[in-house]
Design a protein around this ligand. Structure first.
Ligand code: PLP
Length: 399
């Protein structure tokens, strides 16, 4: 029996935030927990961005309400940045500035979906998407992928899941939680298919700058220009500039969609904090050197974690090409005996790993694919190696 509405009562707690909270609580008790749970860079926000925010605090202009859709200067700068980074050419009235990418995700679904609509959602998926789709009254239709294909959905799979009710495809590359990056030809192929069937595509590009080796990020509406009128691009400063706590994201879409969504936002949150918007303005207008440095560190950690995970019997991990997550399969370990316990699911195994190895990971259940762990490698090199060593020591006791 619950007193809250059916709609809100049906929402599950964010598993990624829950794992992070549990790890932090154990740490506060003095236990040396190493956390692979949080999806955030371990770097400080670059100094010029912090300075811009400090100056903004002292400027009385920023003490007042500003336009709900974002500071005009920031919308302009996002237009310029988008052309620079992905080659997508847009106008300022196609940009809506939001409280983090998360608000952009929620509002996009709210603006485009009606009850009965279906959204194709390749799994493993970021844990927020299905909740936000259901809050809009629509139905997520999972399109499962696994490590055998590097977690990439094929056009055939998508087509097999399409019905007369399919209204939208959610596309996220580089992917949270798998680190998969769709090759340009596949992006183009999927985009043309979506355009042909009049589907909306929501493409979440928040990890656009975090790609490694020969992987390349391309933006679907650039590859398939005819899709632009039915496409929403999601992005934000969180992952590129180590700004998770500043809460600035944005959505890019056709002007009518942006106008309607701005109306929604004007009643929901109004403008994003002006100080954060000024910081974001500095971030997107500035150079990309800081992200290049972070990318180098992430790449080094990526290679370490993949190599170390690959050496654990029963664990298999395709090489992630982007973002800062590894997504190893632990299926072979389920049902084995480890320290007198017999974990049957990745959730139970993750709990055992936290208790016995003091290492926090997010189980695949959170991303629609039980049998996996998501491990963020956005933590210091030493902690990373020590954490995987501890986990390896525990898991190699499996019998
Ligand atoms: N999209 C993806 C795929 C993410 O992983 C995240 C954060 O974890 C976001 C969007 C939203 O980020 P934020 O709300 O911090 O800007």
């Amino acid at each position: 029996e619950t007193r809250v509405s059916a709609r809100v009562g049906a929402i599950a707690e964010s598993a990624t935030l829950a794992v992070d909270a549990k790890a932090k609580a154990l740490k506060a008790e003095g236990r040396p927990v190493i956390g692979f749970g949080a999806g955030e860079p371990d770097f400080a926000t670059p100094e010029p961005i912090v300075r811009a925010a400090q100056e903004a605090c002292a400027d009385p202009r920023n003490h007042r309400y500003s336009p709900a859709s974002g500071l005009p200067e920031l919308r302009e700068a996002i237009v310029t940045k988008t052309a620079r980074d992905s080659g997508y050419v847009i106008q300022p009235n196609q940009v809506l500035v939001t409280n983090g990418g998360k608000q952009a995700v929620y509002q996009t679904f709210a603006a485009l979906l009606d009850p009965g609509d279906e959204v194709l959602l390749p799994a493993p998926y970021w844990t927020t998407y299905p909740e936000a789709i259901r809050l809009a009254g629509a139905t997520p239709v999972e399109v499962p992928t696994d490590e055998s294909t590097g977690y990439l959905a094929t056009l055939e799979q998508l087509e097999a899941s399409r019905t007369p009710r399919t209204r939208m495809l959610l596309f996220n590359s580089p992917s949270n939680p798998t680190g998969a990056v769709y090759p340009p030809e596949r992006v183009a192929e999927i985009g043309r298919w979506a355009a042909e069937h009049d589907l909306w595509v929501v493409t979440d590009e928040i990890y656009e700058h975090l790609v490694y080796g020969d992987a390349r990020h391309v933006s679907m509406p650039v590859e398939v220009p005819e899709l632009a009128d039915r496409c929403v691009v999601l992005n934000g400063v969180a992952k590129t500039y180590a700004m998770t706590g500043w809460r600035v994201g944005w959505m890019i879409g056709p002007t009518d969609v942006i106008k309607a969504t701005a109306n929604l936002q004007s009643h929901l949150t109004s403008n994003v904090s002006n100080v954060s918007q000024r910081a974001a303005l500095e971030a997107v207008s500035g150079p990309l050197d800081a992200v290049a440095e972070m990318r180098e560190a992430f790449d080094r950690r990526r290679r370490t974690i993949v190599e170390m995970l690959g050496a654990i019997p029963g664990v298999s991990c395709p090489e992630p090409k982007g973002a800062f997550y590894a997504y190893p399969s632990v299926k072979e370990l389920l049902g084995t005996e480890i320290r007198g316990r017999r974990p049957r699911s990745s959730a139970e195994l993750a709990e055992l790993v936290l208790e016995q190895a003091e290492v926090a990971v997010v189980p695949g259940e959170a991303f629609g694919t039980p049998g996996y762990f998501r491990m963020s490698y956005a933590l210091g090199d030493e902690d990373l190696a020590e954490g995987v060593r501890r986990m390896a020591a525990l898991l190699s006791e499996a019998k």
